[in-house]
Design a protein around this ligand. Structure first.
Ligand code: FE2
Length: 299
């Protein structure tokens, strides 16, 4: 082979190998992340919270469905789903089926923008200079995915619909107060509807949202919520070794694009999520994940 062809062919080969790895291997390499969150009063028994997010489910994602089906073995006390659950009108049945016994547990959910709007192809590199919020602002479409059916199915199982709502559940021995908002990414968040100090009689207070937008995180923390749960960022989805996420697709800073961090006096857990949009089916240096958060006493 002539030397002048060797470099470009090498680059093309490396790119193709990277794309194959990101789309076929890492995108299906599901991980469970575990964190302890010290938010309970001393002497309170701990509880396990399973946080799932951003499944972007289509009926053909058999590996994800199989992994989801295994999560009940963790024996969580509470399940939180922070949205972007479906990407196809026929995905609700497989999602509920995969949750299986988890639906019998206390649970709560919010919607993400992708529960309302079916995916359309976009140039993925545009995320480098702007968030996808601009796409929704430009083309306000009528929702074309059955998000209400998704919500009513989860609510019928007893899960709390936290889209601009507050709620309360008994979780193990604990009285848990919830506040939640609909997706700020498409301007459906109405924090004013849930605003106000948390009830000090509850044992712990959880704030639930899809996108970890700082203006809402500030208000949850100021109202006294102990732990805030969000998804949306996909952890950056395509990350650089030794650098991490290139973008967060919302107002949160890059160091908090996923994982457990502080936000004022509250804890914040951002899930990197389990899926990808069907139009950008790759993950690199950012494996799909669910998290098991063990709420423990403060020290
Ligand atoms: Fe998402």
């Amino acid at each position: 082979m002539r030397k002048r062809y060797a470099v470009p062919l090498g680059l093309i080969g490396t790119g193709a190998a990277g794309l194959g790895y990101a789309s076929l291997i890492e995108r299906n390499w599901f991980r469970l992340r575990r964190f302890e969150v010290p938010v309970l009063a001393p002497g309170t028994p701990s509880v396990k919270v399973l946080h799932i997010s951003d499944t972007h489910l289509t009926p053909g994602r058999r590996r994800m469905l199989s992994w989801l089906r295994s999560l009940h073995r963790l024996e969580p006390d509470l399940v939180i789903n922070t949205g972007d659950t479906i990407s196809h009108p026929d995905a609700i049945g497989p999602f509920l089926d995969a949750l299986g016994p988890l639906l019998e547990l206390p649970g709560a959910f919010v919607y993400g923008s992708n529960d309302l709007y079916s995916p359309v192809f976009k140039n993925p590199t545009r995320y480098l200079w702007r968030t996808s919020q601009a796409d929704y602002a430009k083309r306000r479409r009528v929702p074309d995915l059955p998000y209400r059916e998704l919500g009513s199915s989860l609510a019928a199982a007893g899960w709390l619909d936290l889209n601009n709502r507050i709620g309360r559940l008994k979780v193990g021995e604990l009285d848990v107060e919830f506040g939640g908002i609909d997706d700020s990414h498409i301007n459906r968040d109405r924090y004013d509807r849930i605003a106000g100090p948390v009830d000090p009689r509850a044992d712990v207070h959880l704030g639930v949202m899809h996108s970890p937008e700082p203006r809402n995180l500030d208000r949850f923390a100021a109202d006294g919520y102990d732990l805030l749960l969000a998804g949306h960022t996909h952890g950056g989805q395509v990350c650089m070794p030794l650098y991490g996420a290139l973008v967060t697709n919302c107002g949160i800073d890059r160091p908090r694009v996923k994982g457990l961090h502080r936000h004022d006096d509250a804890w914040l857990h951002v899930s990197a999520g389990l899926g990808t949009s069907p139009t950008a089916p790759v993950r690199f240096c950012c494996p799909p994940e669910a998290s098991l958060l063990t709420l423990v006493p403060r020290t």
